[in-house]
Design a binder for this molecule. Structure first.
Ligand SMILES: NC(=O)c1ccc[n+]([C@@H]2O[C@H](COP(=O)([O-])OP(=O)(O)OC[C@H]3O[C@@H](n4cnc5c(N)ncnc54)[C@H](OP(=O)(O)O)[C@@H]3O)[C@@H](O)[C@H]2O)c1
Length: 281
């Protein structure tokens, strides 16, 4: 039986699990809804209590799936949702947040992220987040898809140091951010939340992971996930809509990659040697 979920610490001092559950593509097809709800519920039962969603996913439909999954569990869930850049104005953030709360059937979002940088001045969005925090509608705020220069700008703003995470595309085949954004974030104690940690399923089929997987009696997807969770100050949020994948992802917490494994993975997926612009899916 795998051990309980390890945690990392947000700048606020709050501990959050290093493994969460993604929800992109959930809520798009009513025939899959029961499976999606039961996959998320199984995750919660196992202790994978961080759930990531967004107003964008299925135009709010994913938030409604989450609402159903967390019935009776709200107290232990750490709920992450995101506002679209097109809603990032003072009035827009409030409206978007209230709509998300209604769909999520809750009175608070634990961590509310700006989905990607847009045209609304960042200072205005941060101000709106701070007001929502004071009102208790959100507990923390953060950003997503911010490269180093954007993070520099953010932390220089009034209340900009309130940022709790930056959710970014990060996995073995997307290591560019290790050159600067990852060390920058680690130095400031701002965790990265790695989205698409199994490259939307592609790493599960990647033969370059096989040798390490065989050594651990694990699947390639589990090795990809274990590698992300091995990185200091990184939270992985794989999306799994089948119970089997939820169990496998949970079990990946117990995979301890050796120095030899890490060297093999570096050879197969070399780390960056220069700055790369942040990639997005
Ligand atoms: N901030 C952003 O801009 C942004 C962008 C993309 C994603 N995200 C967030 O990050 C989450 C994760 O990213 P993602 O959904 O793009 O990709 P992902 O988690 O890398 O991959 C999801 C795919 O991998 C499959 N999978 C999951 N666990 C597996 C396992 N153990 N073995 C084999 N296959 C497995 C899933 O299948 P099943 O569903 O069939 O189980 C699904 O097809 C999203 O759901 C979303 O919450 C955020």
């Amino acid at each position: 039986m795998p051990s309980s979920v390890r945690t990392t610490t947000l700048p606020s001092g709050e501990a959050v699990p290093v493994l969460g559950q993604g929800t992109w593509k959930m809520g798009e097809d009513s025939r899959r809804r029961a499976d999606e709800v039961s996959a998320l519920r199984l995750g919660l039962d196992l202790g994978v209590t961080l759930i990531d969603t967004a107003e964008m996913y299925a135009s709010g439909g994913a938030e409604e799936v989450v609402a159903e999954a967390i019935v009776g569990h709200r107290a232990e869930v750490f709920l992450v949702s995101k506002v679209l850049p097109s809603n990032a104005s003072r009035a827009g953030v409030r409206r978007a947040c209230e709509n998300s709360l209604r769909r999520l059937r809750t009175d608070r979002i634990d961590l509310y992220l700006l989905h990607w940088p847009g045209s609304v001045p960042l200072a205005e969005t941060v101000e709106a987040f701070e007001i929502l925090k004071k009102e208790g509608k959100i507990r923390h705020w953060g950003v997503s898809n911010f490269d180093t220069e954007e993070m520099e700008e953010l932390v220089g703003l009034p209340a900009g140091d309130g940022v709790q995470t930056n959710q970014v595309l990060y996995n073995l085949s997307r290591r560019g951010l290790e050159f600067d954004l990852a060390p920058w974030s680690r130095q400031r104690g701002i965790p990265l939340m790695a989205y698409s940690p199994v490259e939307q399923g592609a790493l599960a089929r990647n033969a370059r992971l096989d040798a390490v997987a065989v050594r651990h009696g694990a699947t390639a997807a589990q090795i990809a996930l274990a590698w992300v969770m091995h990185q200091e100050g990184v939270i992985a949020i794989p999306k799994a809509s089948s119970q089997e994948h939820v169990r496998q992802n949970f079990a990946a917490l117990d995979i301890e990659l050796t120095v030899e494994d890490l060297a093999d993975l570096d050879r197969a997926f070399p780390p960056p040697t220069r700055k790369h612009g942040l990639e997005m899916i």
